[in-house]
Design a binder for this molecule. Sequence first.
Ligand SMILES: *Cc1c(COP(=O)(O)O)cnc(C)c1O
Length: 394
Amino acid sequence: MKKDDAVLEIPDQLKPADGRFGAGPSRVRPEQLLRLVEVGGAMMGTSHRRPPVKQLLAAVRAGMRDLFALPEGYEVALGNGGTTAFWDAATCGLVRERALHLVYGEFTSKFAECTRGAPFLADSILVEAPAGDAPEPAAVSVALAGPEAGAGPEADVIAWAHCETSTGVMVPVLRPADAADALVLIDATSAAAGLPVEITQADAYYFAPQKGFASDGGLWLALLSPAACERAERIAGERPSIGPDRWIPEFLSLQTALETSRKDQTYNTPAIATLFLICEQLQWMFARGGLDGMVARTRESSNHLYEWACAHPHAHPFVPDPTRRSLVVGTIEFGDEVDAGALAATLRANGIVDVEPYRKVGRNQLRVAMYPATDPADVQALTECIDWVLERWL
Ligand SMILES: *Cc1c(COP(=O)(O)O)cnc(C)c1O
């Protein structure tokens, strides 16, 4: 390892046009930002209870409807606090008695911690798989009670992530055959707009806009099925009879979020720039074939990344099962002869940023986000830059 050497200078002609490959926040297109100044500027600093901003929110909701081809009865809800806040809102407002979680990385485990910590719920059921793999939703029974779970009610919610961003594993959104009345809650924070989905397979397909939508953090969006809306309404209404233990803070009330979203507003003040950037990105997506067009892009990017890694003498995809390798977040493991941390640092010094692995995965790897805003040519340039550095090191 040549860590002590002067930092290598990668030739400019090899570098990607845009060097941002972070999994979130992720690259915002410069054109989006220009439009924010030129068109959105007049909206900034105006009331979110008045038409210009309300129209923006309406456009975001309508855009999500179109992009995901939402069936009748599905609703688009929004709230402040990002996906992390939605986990708490879902814990309070969608889980009746017990949740079942497929856990295969940081984000899936964080939601499981939310329901596990709720004093008004029975112990959550966890079905775990090691980093780089994932449990099979279809094989999971909602009645399943692991040794940790003990006896108790059946799960009325089953939760997993479409893409586990910490490891780059994707799990398809397919309602388990025996789900019965259990709601299927899908964390699509990194997957939304970049992975194919049939929305009727989920009751809540939720995400934040700083990943696939090339916007900024702080907001959550959820596509909710009629069953999920009904559950939220019932739990909110039954609150006293559920018992004094279930106190739902207004900020975390899904019912309140639904009611304000229907009026094209949020419960409290949203970040207007974030909404504007989502709207711009939605238009950009529609001009390029909508969801199908975006999936074609992420497929092209990820095919290149994984084919490059498979053929590489010093690297391989971290996720062994090719069908589980995410189209939007790729993790590439290196042999011991390569210090991936030093590689990421060298790339960073050259303006290619945020390819470090997720902090808690702790492997000798790089993580590359390939959201729709990323030009597949930039992923190609990235692997050329990595090869250029490795040729000088090894
Ligand atoms: C980024 C991410 C989150 C956290 O999103 P925040 O908006 O920061 O709360 C949750 N789940 C997944 C799958 C993510 O990729």
